[in-house]
Design a protein around this ligand. Structure first.
Ligand code: ATP
Length: 303
């Protein structure tokens, strides 16, 4: 069976994890215990989640012409993501997230979007051919909004179904929302998109009313909720002992899109996504914890 082609338009970051005795206060200089580098960025994480599950995944993104950029580019390739749409920026360094983690487990994160801020309309136009035979386009919000708006128009013209993860949450224009195949926020993103009082269902109904075909809200250990023309349906999380929930959302979205590209119906794809995300939360790390097909099969065989 030929897999449906998936285009990811999104961020590619180096996550720099800096372990410190405590989070420094204003004006304070402290020594780090260790510094570690990990591939990250929601775009790259979701692309890699899907590539490891056997997807035909094409990334459009941007890295700096620096050592981080080379590592991030190689990391995509090594995981099976197609990188023809990834460009090297002459001026901006690679996107970087500086993550301070204290001995008490508190964290502070500073993100520099760098080359991600230059994923522009012109770059999408240079790779428009990638959308010609694509079935799904997956986006998040770590690249400029006008690029997302333009990509939405390209996808509409070419009949590509759009899956949007509104993270980090920011107000979404009608132009983006109208006709989206799937909008998939987590609970706090839903709250930011629909501020004020109201239950999960009320806020979801408001967002669903803006013209998306399917709204899925991920609810952490409580699972997820689907709202569409058939009504509202809840999906439990797959019970596991959580070790590290980092990348749960990226892995759920990757599993969901792969399920759909394998011709599962939406409900079966949500169940597959829940399984993939549960395996991710049972392991340490972000990209390191994203399972491949063998890990999914091993998990099922162990059940
Ligand atoms: P993150 O920002 O950490 O990547 P998120 O907030 O975007 O995560 P969540 O809603 O926390 O995403 O989780 C996504 C999905 O992962 C959930 O819908 C659920 O299926 C699964 N999941 C999350 N936490 C657990 C858990 N403790 N046990 C089992 N499954 C979980």
């Amino acid at each position: 069976m030929k897999l449906a082609k998936i285009v990811v338009v999104g961020s590619i970051n180096m996550d720099v994890v800096i372990r410190v005795p405590h989070i420094p206060i204003e004006g304070e200089t402290i020594m780090a215990r260790s510094v570690q580098y990990y591939g990250g960025g929601k775009g790259a994480n979701q692309a890699i989640a899907m590539s490891r599950l056997g997807g035909d995944v094409h990334m459009i993104g941007r890295v700096g012409k620096d050592a981080h950029g080379q590592r991030l580019y190689d990391n995509l390739l090594e995981n099976g993501t197609k990188t023809a749409g990834v460009e090297w920026d002459e001026d901006q360094p690679s996107g970087t997230a500086y993550i301070y983690v204290s001995d008490r487990g508190e964290n502070n994160i500073v993100v520099f979007s760098g080359a991600n801020s230059k994923v522009d309309v012109a770059q999408i136009s240079r790779y428009e051919h990638l959308f010609d035979d694509a079935e799904y386009c997956l986006m998040q919000m770590e690249i400029p909004r006008e690029t997302i708006e333009h990509t939405v128009q390209v996808c509409k013209q070419k009949g590509v179904k759009i899956i949007l993860n509104p993270a980090p949450a920011q107000p979404l224009s009608e132009q983006i929302l109208e006709g989206l195949y799937i909008l998939i926020p987590n609970e706090s993103e839903l709250d930011l998109l629909c501020p004020g009082p109201g239950s999960l269902e009320e806020k979801s109904a408001k967002l669903y009313g803006s013209g998306v075909q399917n709204l899925i809200v991920t609810l952490g250990a409580k699972g997820s909720m689907l709202m569409n023309e058939a009504g509202v349906k809840y999906f439990p999380a797959v019970p596991v002992k959580p070790v590290d929930t980092t990348a749960a959302g990226d892995s759920f979205i990757g599993g969901l899109t792969i399920g759909l590209s394998n011709k599962m119906d939406l409900e079966a794809a949500i169940q597959y996504a829940s399984l993939v995300a549960a395996i991710t939360v049972s392991k340490m790390g972000a990209q390191a914890s994203l399972p491949d097909l063998a890990a999914v099969e091993a998990y099922l065989a162990g059940k």
